[in-house]
Design a protein around this ligand. Structure first.
Ligand SMILES: Cc1cc2nc3c(=O)[nH]c(=O)nc-3n(C[C@H](O)[C@H](O)[C@H](O)COP(=O)(O)O)c2cc1C
Length: 207
C-alpha cells in the first residue's frame, strides 16, 4: 500500500482546462488500478495559502529559536509544518499545473516555497546542497499552448523548470508528461490533447 499525494494547481473548469483533464484522468485511472492505495487530493487554489514572505520567514525563525510567535505567525508556521509532513509522508506525488505567462500559477509557487526549507528538504554542504527528500516517485502533468521543446523556445519555459529545479534540490528527479502546442496549432489541437490524455492514463496504470 502506498500513500499518494495528488496536487492540482489549476482552478479552471474541467471542460476548459487541459491540465485539469490530465489531473482527473490520472486520479481516476490511478484509483481504478490501485484500489488499496491511500490517495490524498490537494487543490492548491482552494487551499488559499497566505503568501510566503516576511511573516512566514519571521515565524519559522522564531520557532527555530524557541521564541514566542504571534497568532498570525503561529498559523503560517503550522501550515508550513503540516504541508512538509504531508509531502514527506507520501511515497508518490503527482503535480498537475499549466504554463501561465511563462511561469507556474502563483498558488503552486507559494506551496513549493512552504516546502523548500533548508535543513528539512535539503541541506547545505561545502560541496553544494544535498537533497533530503529523495526516495519518492514524482510525476509532473503539464500543458502549454505553445511549443517550448525547441532549442530557441526552451529558455522561456518557466513552469516545469521551476518545479523541477526545486524537486531536484530536494533529491527528487521527477518524470514529466507534457502536452504542448495545441494553441499554436489549432487544427491539430484535438489530436494533440487526446494523445496526451491517453499517455497520462497509460502512465497512471504503472505509476
Ligand atoms: C493566464 C494564461 C496565461 C497563459 N500563458 C501561456 C504562456 O505563457 N505560454 C503558452 O504557451 N501558453 C500559455 N497559456 C495557454 C495555456 O498554457 C494552455 O491553455 C494550456 O492548455 C494549459 O492551461 P489549461 O490547463 O488551463 O488548459 C496561458 C493561458 C492562460 C489562461
Amino acid at each position: 500500500m502506498s500513500n499518494v499525494l495528488m496536487i492540482k494547481a489549476n482552478d479552471r473548469p474541467l471542460e476548459q482546462s487541459v491540465t485539469v483533464q490530465m489531473y482527473e484522468t490520472f486520479v481516476k485511472t490511478y484509483r481504478d488500478t490501485h484500489p488499496d492505495d491511500v490517495v490524498t487530493e490537494l487543490d492548491l487554489f482552494a487551499l488559499n495559502l497566505p503568501n510566503y514572505g516576511n511573516t512566514a520567514l519571521t515565524a519559522l525563525f522564531k520557532r527555530s529559536q524557541g521564541q514566542e510567535l504571534t497568532p498570525e505567525e503561529t498559523n503560517i508556521a503550522d501550515l508550513v509544518r503540516v504541508h512538509i509532513d504531508q509531502f514527506l509522508a507520501s511515497d508518490k506525488v503527482v503535480i498537475a499545473f499549466p504554463l501561465w505567462n511563462y511561469a507556474a500559477p502563483a498558488p503552486l509557487i507559494t506551496y513549493l516555497s512552504y516546502l523548500a526549507q533548508a535543513g528539512t528538504m535539503f541541506r547545505y554542504t561545502p560541496e553544494g546542497p544535498v537533497g533530503l527528500a529523495g526516495g519518492r516517485k514524482v510525476v509532473l502533468l503539464n500543458a502549454r499552448g505553445g511549443i517550448y521543446s525547441t532549442e530557441n523556445m526552451a529558455p522561456f519555459e518557466g513552469a516545469i523548470r521551476f518545479v523541477k529545479s526545486n524537486l531536484m534540490l530536494w533529491g527528487i528527479t521527477p518524470e514529466e508528461i507534457i502536452i504542448e502546442g495545441h494553441n499554436q496549432m489549432p487544427a491539430e489541437a484535438k489530436d494533440i490533447i487526446q494523445k496526451g490524455l491517453d499517455q497520462t492514463a497509460k502512465y497512471a496504470v504503472t505509476f
